[in-house]
Design a protein around this ligand. Structure first.
Ligand SMILES: NC(=O)c1ccc[n+]([C@@H]2O[C@H](COP(=O)([O-])OP(=O)(O)OC[C@H]3O[C@@H](n4cnc5c(N)ncnc54)[C@H](OP(=O)(O)O)[C@@H]3O)[C@@H](O)[C@H]2O)c1
Length: 241
């Protein structure tokens, strides 16, 4: 049976590479990508030969409609949508601005995955996999973004316990620095890039394809006993020992 794969945030960077990996490996797969903007969703769907659905993962009304658009059982859910929080307008009072930033970080990096997973959970097929893209930031400087990604990993542990009896795995991939995506919104400097590369053991930046390869493995039958974990893909920039 061809697999059905849903990749949120599949119009750019890591999510796009994940969708491309599934289509390259499994020509019959029904791959669906989401994003918030119709133009990029349509363009990506056309370029990759996948289905595209406009869906803001932080909006319950849109996420509910997403479940209806699947068209059948779901084998793989990848929660890749996320990113740095939005700043409040400059004239916002300090505490209001702080709240805005933290709400944005939590909505983008935790609640989007929680809502999407809840919406499609009953459609997940036995042998399926839920993979959420976390960050090395969860292990380091706190801040709103790192804290939200740490919460994503905490949520994943409970999700794994809930889905395990159905033969479905749930894991987080904590990505290190991945170059060539829209994540840094043009703010990456040569100096910062060099510093991030220097702290890896591999002495290179990660690529979206590095993350896609690990997603593909976690969604394979060989990874059926691998669940409830945070898998670090960072070139050694953070080691678990
Ligand atoms: N790049 C890195 O160094 C790095 C490191 C660690 C973790 N990560 C994580 O990797 C994931 C992918 O990031 P990336 O580097 O590939 O960045 P990216 O190129 O900016 O891709 C983000 C994708 O998510 C979509 N998106 C954002 N918010 C969304 C929402 N609320 N609902 C649906 N789609 C949404 C974006 O499309 P629209 O804007 O059109 O909606 C885009 O397709 C994120 O979770 C990020 O936190 C990245």
């Amino acid at each position: 049976m061809p697999r059905r794969v849903l990749v949120t945030g599949g119009t750019s960077g890591i999510g796009r590479a994940i969708a491309a990996r599934f289509t390259a490996e499994e020509s019959e797969a029904d791959v669906i990508v989401t994003g918030r903007h119709a133009d990029t969703v349509e363009r990506t769907a056309k370029e990759l030969g996948v289905r595209g659905l406009v869906c803001d993962a932080t909006r319950p009304d849109q996420v509910a409609a997403l479940a209806d658009g699947l068209g059948g059982p779901l084998d793989v859910l990848v929660n890749a949508a996320g990113g740095l929080p939005e700043d409040a307008p400059t004239d916002t009072p300090p505490l209001e601005a702080l709240l805005h930033t933290w709400r944005s970080a939590l909505e983008q990096n935790l609640l989007g995955a929680v809502l999407t997973t809840a919406s499609v959970q009953e459609h997940l097929a036995p042998g399926g996999a839920v993979i959420s893209i976390g960050s090395i930031g969860a292990e380091r400087r706190g801040g709103a973004y790192g804290t939200a990604k740490a919460a994503l990993a905490a949520w994943n542990a409970g999700l794994s316990a809930d889905l395990g009896p159905r033969g479905i795995t749930a894991n987080v991939i904590a990505a290190g620095y991945v170059a060539g995506t829209g994540f840094f919104r043009g703010a990456m400097t040569d100096e910062r890039h060099d510093n991030l590369v220097r702290e890896t053991h591999t002495k290179r930046a990660g690529t979206p394809e590095d993350i896609a390869a690990t997603v593909y493995f976690l969604a394979s039958p060989g990874a059926g006993q691998l669940t409830g974990q945070t898998v670090h893909v960072n070139g050694g920039a953070f080691t678990t020992r």
